[in-house]
Write a protein that binds this ligand. Structure first.
Ligand code: B12
Ligand code: SF4
Length: 475
């Protein structure tokens, strides 16, 4: 049995309302979800299984080249990662697979499928849809591929069964430690690139799943929080270090610091093993304190990314963020004193915002001692409270549902246009980027902090791109 797991290209990606230079500088990262599934299939799948992973984003493949790869791999089953924004690319991959061989079983999985399993199944050529975490479900599916009577009771599977559709919700994996390490060796792990990576070779790490919070614009809170143990996280880092020579890690957990003791234990273990690595993390503002900052610094953490979202307390309360601007100031200043690089995320066009509240956010970004700021226009994503709220208010209908049934490249996701329209929101976002990155004091500060010529080169390149895009987008 041959299984091919594919990270589809980003050619028909729906606009995510971020500036072109952000898209360009986003970088390439290992497709961790697929690599987890690949490792599980390899270790626990049926005897004789052959698993391959094709990262078409990293390899920048054309449809023609993808077709050739599929033909050469000659899989029995093809699994395709499917995010909402990349649905069209995933569906196009299904078409390529069926063109190569109509008998290939096609399986779609990923966050879009969690929200729209039946709609996803109804597209031509899609045989199975997996909802939730795919390791166990995909392995059972491959094991019992021809026995629909067994599959019909399997959690996490959606498929046609006679004249009805079976749609079983997925079950979150409780004992994460039992999962094998993601199969990083199955893609050319040394070739991923990211502007903020200081080492040529880096990787990403996800040490927990889900989130216990309920911010209205995010669907992470609908997934139960579970974490890998500290021991297991450090083992994975050591494994990457020893086997693959990787020293730099981007920890992509939505919120790494939910379990404080776990963070302290990870740091202590890294020190104990004298592991020479650097890493960065994402945290909520209210989940950081002196002891953690100290421990993180000692253990090799170099950058912390905080979700700040707004510079206005009323807005922060309305989106259920449960933090205040004063807390933001305090924690960011404290983080600075420990010598971390700091990146903050801000949102523009949240419900209730006029130009005045957006100005509060931009001013907060300018005032904080941070190295990077990301500004995103609020887009109500499927499965979020914001999306439901917008529909209840009559601001929009279930447009993601419509898109899921009938996706097109012309589709534009709705924004929250109660007080500011799309053009105004876009202008404000570009203004935020310009005001933040083109301050002379900021430029001097960043040049001083740079350690190498390549870093200077990369940052100047990103700066020029920003300047070029902002001029172009205003023309
Ligand atoms: C890291 C990350 C990024 C990184 C890197 C992406 C990468 N290639 O690794 C960057 C910064 C590039 C990024 C960009 C974007 N991202 Co992002 N990202 C994430 C994040 C934080 C972690 C992804 C991850 O590695 N998860 C860990 C693995 C283990 O989980 P997983 O990927 O979900 O995979 C599991 C299941 O989904 C399933 N599965 C996945 N694929 C498949 C395939 C098959 C065949 C099967 C059977 C199962 C299956 O099984 C996997 C193992 O259990 C997630 C949030 C999250 N916590 O997952 C958001 C998330 C995926 N991103 C999201 C969004 C919206 C975006 C952007 C559109 C943001 C923007 N405004 O620009 C862009 C999209 C651009 C793009 N190229 O994809 C949304 C997607 C929502 C949706 N409905 O699709 C998420 C879920 C965040 C959120 N809660 O809103 N992102
Ligand atoms: S924004 Fe962060 S803290 Fe809030 S629900 Fe999403 S992941 Fe959790």
């Amino acid at each position: 049995m041959k299984v091919l797991l594919v990270n589809p290209p980003l050619r028909r990606m729906v606009s995510a309302n971020v500036p072109a230079f952000v898209e360009k500088e986003r970088g390439t990262y290992p497709p961790l979800g697929l690599l987890y599934i690949a490792a599980y299939l390899r270790e626990r799948g049926p005897v004789g299984i052959e698993v391959q992973v094709l990262d078409t984003v990293l390899m920048n493949l054309t449809d023609q080249q993808i077709e050739e790869h599929v033909r050469e791999a000659n899989p029995d089953v093809i699994g395709v990662q499917t995010l909402t924004f990349t649905l069209l690319d995933s569906l196009s991959l299904v078409q390529i697979a069926k063109k190569v061989n109509p008998h290939i079983t096609t399986v779609l999985g990923g966050r879009h499928c969690d929200h729209y399993p039946v709609e996803t199944l109804c597209h031509p050529g899609v045989d199975f849809v997996v909802t939730g975490e795919g390791e166990v479900t995909m392995t059972c599916l491959v094991e019992h591929l021809n026995d629909l009577d067994i599959l019909k009771d399997m959690p996490g599977l959606t498929f046609r069964y006679g004249d009805r559709i079976v749609n079983n919700p997925g079950i979150p994996i409780e004992k994460l430690d039992e999962l094998p390490f993601p199969a990083r060796d199955m893609t050319p792990y040394g070739e991923y690139r990211f502007l903020l990576a200081k080492d040529a070779v880096f990787t990403t790490l996800v040490t927990s799943r889900g989130c216990p919070y309920r911010c209205s614009f995010c669907d992470e809170g609908h997934h139960k929080f579970r974490a890998f143990s500290a021991q297991r996280v450090v083992e994975e880092i050591l494994d990457c270090r020893r086997r693959l020579g990787i020293r730099q890690f981007f920890i992509f957990d939505s919120t790494f610091t939910v379990d404080r003791q776990r963070v302290l234990d990870i740091c202590a273990l890294l020190l104990e093993h004298k592991v020479d690595v650097s890493f960065d993390i994402r945290s909520r503002i209210d989940l950081m304190d002196d002891e953690m900052l100290h421990a993180l610094k000692q253990a090799g953490c170099s950058r912390i990314q905080y979700g700040v979202e707004s510079g206005n307390n009323g807005i922060l309360a309305a989106i259920g963020k449960n933090i205040t601007v004063e807390q933001v100031r305090q924690v960011v200043h404290k983080t600075r004193t420990y010598g971390f690089e700091i990146l903050c995320d801000f949102m523009i066009g949240l419900p209730g915002e006029t130009a005045r509240e957006v100005e509060d956010t931009i001013r907060l970004a300018l005032e904080l001692p941070i190295n990077y700021a990301q500004f995103a226009i609020t887009t109500p994503y499927p499965g979020t409270a914001l999306y439901r709220y917008g529909m209840e208010k009559g601001l929009f209908g279930d447009y993601w549902g419509v898109f899921s049934r009938d996706p097109s490249e012309e589709f534009r996701a709705h924004l929250w246009e109660e007080s500011l329209d799309r053009k105004q929101l876009t202008d404000l976002m570009m203004q935020a980027y310009e005001r933040f990155y083109f301050r002379p004091a900021y430029i001097v500060q960043e040049l001083r902090n740079m350690n190498s010529l390549s870093e200077i080169y990369h940052k100047i390149k990103a700066g020029l791109r920003l300047a070029f895009c902002s001029v172009k987008e205003r023309m």
